[in-house]
Design a protein around this ligand. Structure first.
Ligand SMILES: NC(=O)c1ccc[n+]([C@@H]2O[C@H](COP(=O)([O-])OP(=O)(O)OC[C@H]3O[C@@H](n4cnc5c(N)ncnc54)[C@H](OP(=O)(O)O)[C@@H]3O)[C@@H](O)[C@H]2O)c1
Length: 249
């Protein structure tokens, strides 16, 4: 059965990882899907593989003009946009004392400004369709004390959480959901991290119990996103995390 028939979904961050798996899952469930990100070749390869009800849309979410063009192209091809799924996100492992303003700005732009840009551009379509907008956040915002070395990332994801609430408060015609995701492999999220440099932090996160020691796949997360698009509207927050290992086993 097609769980998402008649839906036209814009997925931002769809060139790899969770966003790509989400685009594949939505298409399998009968939706028309626009795959947006910056890497054109990746998007075009994915569209070839997934099939004809998909569209590749090159878009840097930090650029409002690019977001408007991506939305216009998608809406024209699909005769509207019913739902938005924002999965783009980046991080760097750097203590705040050493973080550069450029790095902080770049992470803020992708994790906070980007989702707001895309939402603003897509809003008339989403409101007309009384659609859903999902934003992939992280369980890192629940770490107490915060995970050392990830200050820029967890600050911007906490800002994203609030951003989603603010959009909901101002735009009741759309159903906004923050999706807090736990450890997921394999994606490209940490592909440019220097393993030797980050290992002391990873050991500390592990000792504090922040890492589950097991991982979900992007496909697991994608199935959860299908459920959120298909299920009841008005869900403000949803979590998907791996189960902690049983200490007895
Ligand atoms: N992996 C995990 O363990 C984990 C855990 C919790 C939360 N998350 C969250 O899950 C989301 C997806 O991450 P992932 O693990 O799937 O990582 P990923 O494979 O690195 O995917 C990130 C995606 O974001 C896109 N992107 C980056 N900057 C962009 C920009 N300026 N404009 C448009 N697209 C942009 C990338 O495409 P281009 O480079 O082609 O633009 C890519 O498609 C992120 O929000 C991350 O914070 C991940």
């Amino acid at each position: 059965m097609s769980r998402l028939a008649n839906r036209s979904i814009l997925v931002v961050g769809a060139s790899s990882g969770i966003g790509l798996a989400a685009a594949q899952a939505f298409a399998r469930e009968g939706a028309r899907v626009a795959l947006a990100a910056r890497r054109r070749e990746r998007l075009e390869d994915a569209v070839k593989e997934i099939g004809e009800r998909t569209l590749a849309v090159v878009c840097d979410a930090c650029d409002i003009g690019a977001c408007r063009r991506a939305v216009a192209k998608t809406a024209e091809a699909f005769d509207g946009i019913s739902d938005l799924v924002y999965t783009a996100g980046i991080a760097k492992v750097t203590p705040l004392a050493e973080a550069s303003a450029d790095d902080f700005r770049e992470i803020f732009d992708v994790n906070v400004l980007g989702p707001s840009n895309v939402t603003q551009a897509a809003l008339p379509h989403l409101a007309r369709a009384r659609g859903r907008a999902l934003y992939v956040s992280s369980i890192i915002t629940d770490d107490h004390p915060p995970r050392r070395g990830m200050g820029m990332y967890s600050t911007t994801k906490a800002a994203l959480n609030r951003l989603v609430e603010c959009w909901q408060s101002e735009e009741p015609a759309v159903s906004f959901t923050r999706v807090s995701v736990g450890d997921t492999l394999a994606t490209e999220f940490a592909s440019d991290w220097d393993l030797k440099e980050i290992m002391p932090y990873v050991e500390e996160w592990n000792a504090r119990g922040y890492l589950a020691g097991r991982y979900m796949t992007p496909e697991d997360v994608a199935l959860h996103l299908v459920g959120l698009l298909e299920g009841p509207e008005g869900v403000p927050v949803s979590y998907i995390t791996p189960r902690l290992p049983d200490p007895e086993s």
